[in-house]
Every structure is written in C-alpha cells, then in structure tokens.
Design a protein around this ligand. Structure first.
Ligand SMILES: Nc1ncnc2c1ncn2[C@@H]1O[C@H](COP(=O)(O)OP(=O)(O)OP(=O)(O)O)[C@@H](O)[C@H]1O
Ligand SMILES: [Mg+2]
Length: 387
C-alpha cells in the first residue's frame, strides 16, 4: 500500500516538525521547499497524500495544488495555513483543489486524522481503478468470445444448410440416376449395333460417333452427380501435397498446352498430410480446370504449398492455386459452392466446387478464396497435418 506523503513548505523548521510528527504515520516522508520542487517529487514518487503550505515565494500553495489536481487527481491534498489565508483556502476548496484545510499551528489529532483519511481515500481509488481495469479487460475478452461465437454459429448454419441441400439432392439424384442410366446403356448398345452394320456410310458413322460421345457425356454427368451425393469412404495415407499437385498438372497437360498457360510452382514444404490422395487430386483437378476456364490464352497459374499454424497450435498445409484470369463478381462469390451453380452455360455442371467443398469438409480441412474481378482468383486449401 502506498503510504508516501509529500510535505511542501518554504520554512525548514515547519518541514522538520512535520517530519517528526509524521514519523509513525507514513511509510515514507518526502519534503520540498517550493511548489516547483514539490511537482518534481510528485512526478517521481506518486505520493498518496500531500500536505502543503499556502504562502510560499514563487508558486503559492493553491497554484501548486491546482497542478496536482490536474496531473495526479487521485492524490489526497491537505492545505496548511494561517487564519489570514481563510479566503484563499475556501476558494481552493471550492475549486476542488484541496480535500482538507487545517490551521497553523496544527492540532496533532486533526492533522493525524486528515492524513489517515487521505491514505484510505487514496487506497480506495487505487483499488477502484484496478477493478475498472480488470473489468474492462474481462469485457473485452467477453466481446471477443461473443464475436467468435457469432462467427461459429454462422459457419455451422451454413454447413447445416449445405448438408441439408446435399441430402435432399442425394435422395433425388439416386432415383434419377437409376432411371436414366438404364436407357443410356440400352442406347449405347443400339448405336454400337447400328455402327457395325455393313451398309453404313462414313457420314452416318460420324453421326453415330457423335451420338455415342454425347451418351457417354451424359453417363459421366450421372456419375459425377452420384459421387457428389454419396459420402465416399476415405482411404487416408500420408501424402506429399507437392506430388498431388504435380500429378494433377500432368493429367491436365493437354488443356494447359492448348491454351498456352504457363505454370509457376513454389513449394515451401513437403510435410506430409494424411489424406485420400485420389479425392484431393479430384479437388485440385476441379480448381485448376476452373482456373483454365477463367484464363485467356497465355495466362498464368501459380501453385504453392506452405505450412501455417493456427492460434490453437494446429499445423496445416496450405495449397494455393492462383490465376490471373476473369475473377469472380462479389455478388456471386457466395453462390459458387452451391450445387449446380455455374456461369458456363451448357459447358459446366456447377458441381465442381460443391464436390470440392464436400471432400475438404470430410478431411476436416477448409477451402477459401479471394478474388478480384478482372484481376484473378486465388483458392486456398488447408489440410491439417495430423488429420
Ligand atoms: N478460378 C475461377 N475464376 C473465375 N470464376 C471461377 C473460378 N472458379 C470458379 N469460378 C466460378 O464458380 C462457378 C462454379 O464453379 P464449379 O466448378 O462449381 O462449376 P463449373 O466450373 O461451372 O462447372 P463444372 O465444374 O462442372 O465444369 C463457375 O461457373 C465460375 O463462375
Ligand atoms: Mg468447375
């Protein structure tokens, strides 16, 4: 507890008398011969109580205590002076510059009581301030927690909506696929039979091969819908993300060459992740394919891997796929993970990114993106190292 007292008086005898009087009452006694010196000691030692004379050469007691009120308002201020100074003392009291006014020569009981009150007053204010500090700290913590909770609720609601949509879609898809696959298989059989007939012309053969191609396209669409709605069992093995990227790039070598797209790679880590390599390759293929679609000929795709650690100390490998293509308009950015959302007309099913999101969720990972219209898009896949 701060029991430092500061006495200010231009008369040395008074200071000595105060020192003797206060020896038992204060922890530390500081003395100053002038208001100026008093202010220096105030700044250096932050006393809890000040006893000051009124009449002093230079800065008088009222001026000195006025400064104290401004710079250290919680210090308890006692003014000591003679009868003749009554008016000045009352004015100082009314301005809040002093807490107590005592007459010289002082009554030891009254001065002793005022000083004790002063220390109590000071201690109470200090305790209050400490309490307010810790209260506002706790308040801040609560606000932070609240914000985190809100974000979690939003994320959970979105996840819930997504899985609800998927399950409805799944049930619907299973029925449709079953009904459509049968006629498709029968049609392929008939087309093959006709194309083997001896009287067929080259033109007709060409038409039939287009028909076969379209039937296979429809079948593969059915397959991707089935994959999408079915929660496939994961076969996880320790995998090098860089190898998965290289594998995906190899599979896409033709479309990349066709559009003359240059590839940059920056692999900062080869830390192994425990994932289903086939499924993560599918995610990479979907995202790189989207980048190819978004790029003009001669565009660039940059792929990188790095390790990041979350606040909770969870290490993840981050894979980023960046293109300098079309970019995505802010008003559709929330929709791109929805099943069947596509801006590519008949060229896209709109299932690519929702499949990616499903796979990343199953791995306990995340898929995020940043995009600027006309500048390009960066997708980031985060996969926990210890998944
Ligand atoms: N890198 C990208 N740059 C610009 N737009 C993108 C990018 N990636 C995705 N998109 C937008 O998101 C939409 C949805 O993508 P998603 O992969 O789900 O479907 P799709 O590519 O349209 O169809 P599919 O995947 O079946 O070919 C795209 O149609 C496109 O508008
Ligand atoms: Mg796609």
């Amino acid at each position: 507890m701060n029991r430092i007292i500061l006495c200010v008086d231009d008369e040395r005898e008074i200071l000595s008398a105060l020192r003797r009087f206060l020896r038992q009452k204060a922890g530390r006694i500081l003395t100053a011969n002038s208001g100026e010196e008093g202010l220096e000691l105030l700044e250096a030692h932050s006393p809890g109580v000040i006893v000051s004379d009124l009449r002093m050469p230079g800065m008088n007691g009222a001026e000195f205590l006025n400064h104290v009120l401004k710079f250290a308002p919680h210090t308890f201020r006692i003014l000591l002076s003679g009868h003749a100074d009554m008016e000045a003392a009352i004015s100082a009291f009314n301005k809040g510059e002093i807490h107590r006014y005592l007459l010289k020569p002082w009554d030891p009981a009254k001065l002793g009581h005022a000083i004790e009150q002063g220390f109590e007053h000071h201690q109470l204010i200090q305790a209050n301030l400490a309490l307010t500090d810790s209260l506002s700290e706790k308040n801040q913590e609560l606000e932070d927690l609240n914000a985190k909770l809100k974000q979690k609720t939003i994320n959970l609601t979105e996840q819930l909506l997504h899985s609800e949509r998927l399950s409805v879609l799944g049930r619907l898809a299973a029925g449709i696929i079953h009904e459509v696959m049968t006629p498709l298989t029968i049609s392929v059989g008939w087309v093959e039979t006709v194309s083997k007939s001896p009287n067929i012309t080259e033109d007709q053969k060409g038409s039939l091969s287009i028909a076969t191609e379209q039937i296979f396209r429809a079948a593969s669409l059915m397959e991707s819908i089935r994959d999408f709605s079915r929660k496939k069992h994961l076969i996880k093995t320790p995998t090098d993300a860089n190898k998965l990227i290289d594998h995906a790039l190899n599979l896409l070598i033709h479309p990349l060459k066709k559009k003359n797209i240059s590839i940059s790679r920056s692999f900062e880590t080869n830390e192994s992740i425990n994932v289903d390599g086939e499924q993560i390759t599918q995610v990479l293929l979907n995202i790189i394919n989207n980048a190819i679609d978004a790029l003009d000929p001669g565009g660039r795709i940059t792929l990188s891997t790095s390790v990041a650690e979350s606040e909770k100390g969870i290490r993840s490998v981050h894979i980023t796929i960046k293109d300098n293509g079309l970019g995505i308009a802010p008003d559709i950015i929330r929709q791109i993970f929805e099943p069947y959302f596509s801006t590519k007309g008949s060229k896209g099913t709109g299932l690519g990114l929702s499949i990616c999101k499903g796979i990343m969720d199953n791995h306990g990972g995340e898929i995020n993106l940043e995009s600027q219209l006309g500048q390009g898009t960066t997708f980031t896949l985060s996969l926990p190292v210890e998944a």
